[in-house]
Ligand binder design. Sequence first.
Ligand SMILES: Nc1ncnc2c1ncn2[C@@H]1O[C@H](COP(=O)(O)OP(=O)(O)O)[C@@H](O)[C@H]1O
Ligand SMILES: [Mg+2]
Length: 359
Amino acid sequence: MDIKMVNLTKIFTSKNRKEVQAVSHVDLTIPSGKLIGLLGPSGCGKSTTLYLIAGLLKQNEGQIFFGDDEVSEMPPEKRGIGLVFQNYALYPHFTVRENILFPLQNLHVPKEEAKTRTYDMAKLVGLEEMLDRKPKELSGGQQQRVAIARALVKKPRVLLLDEPLSNLDARLRLQTREEIKRIQRETGITTVFVTHDQEEAMSISDEIVVMKDGVIQQMGQPQDVYDHPDNLFVAKFLGSPQINVFDSTIEAGKVLIDGMAIGATELPDQKVIIGIRPEGLQVDKTKTSPFKFEIDLVETIGRDTTLIIEVTSEESTLLDKKTFKAIVDAENRIKPKDVIHFVVKPEKMHIFGLDGNRL
Ligand SMILES: Nc1ncnc2c1ncn2[C@@H]1O[C@H](COP(=O)(O)OP(=O)(O)O)[C@@H](O)[C@H]1O
Ligand SMILES: [Mg+2]
């Protein structure tokens, strides 16, 4: 069952009467049975969007549909949602079993059925051996799995997760995200996974939705959005190290950075902004490319070498930062002070207009 948002808008009025459009005219369809990562910086409106879907907040404008069923005015308990928050929110004095069972008691599900469903859910999240433990006897990752089991035991129509991994340490975060992916696959439940962490969203999601200032910037499969960002914001938000961004001009079909031709285009002459991801720069072994720099720092980790080039000149066209980065094969054996000629893989050169939109 898909989730459809139509012109969805939520306005908060703060104490000083300033209005914040936390969610602004969102038109979005979350496809049935998929795990969608809702991604953006803190304050961009992710949680608000999730709470509107859940019915915990009421929209100012617009509609929400679960399949053909309009839920815009429906109270949260009628919508059939499973919610999981960052801070597990388990009952500390209840065992794992009692925590998972609790929603079913509220629904007056017959005892035997409730028992079976509780066991099945514990098994789904891999905790069937721990049913008699209390939350404090579990790791953070296990506690979050209990919270997921509790959210799913009611057989909700959609699963909504708000930064569910943020309280976990790095190792548990990786493990638990794989678990969530597996649980979502096995149940096939339509899932919205909110995170500010681009790497997390890219790795777990069937599709990502990038949001900024309450507005959807782009939706698509993670690799497609990474390879074809619609605007500079998306280009910069995805990828680590960040994409390199240069002021640039197009002259007679050539793309020029600081007068150096780095590629060709059919676009007419104009000022543009060029984005090149670190892995989009390759070492030109023929040393003929005009795009050359002295290397300042070299970091080699395994197969990859990250070259860090400081751009100190006043006329530098590098935007935002003082350094740009290239990730090249470690076999190049590059050292600081080497002068390296770079070529840009044509499909790795992103051309944006001065308004930040892709040309
Ligand atoms: N209850 C509220 N009252 C006033 N402003 C709010 C409230 N909740 C959220 N906001 C504002 O709405 C915007 C979006 O918030 P939120 O959805 O929590 O962002 P995110 O989850 O992406 O960090 C922010 O500017 C935030 O300050
Ligand atoms: Mg939030």
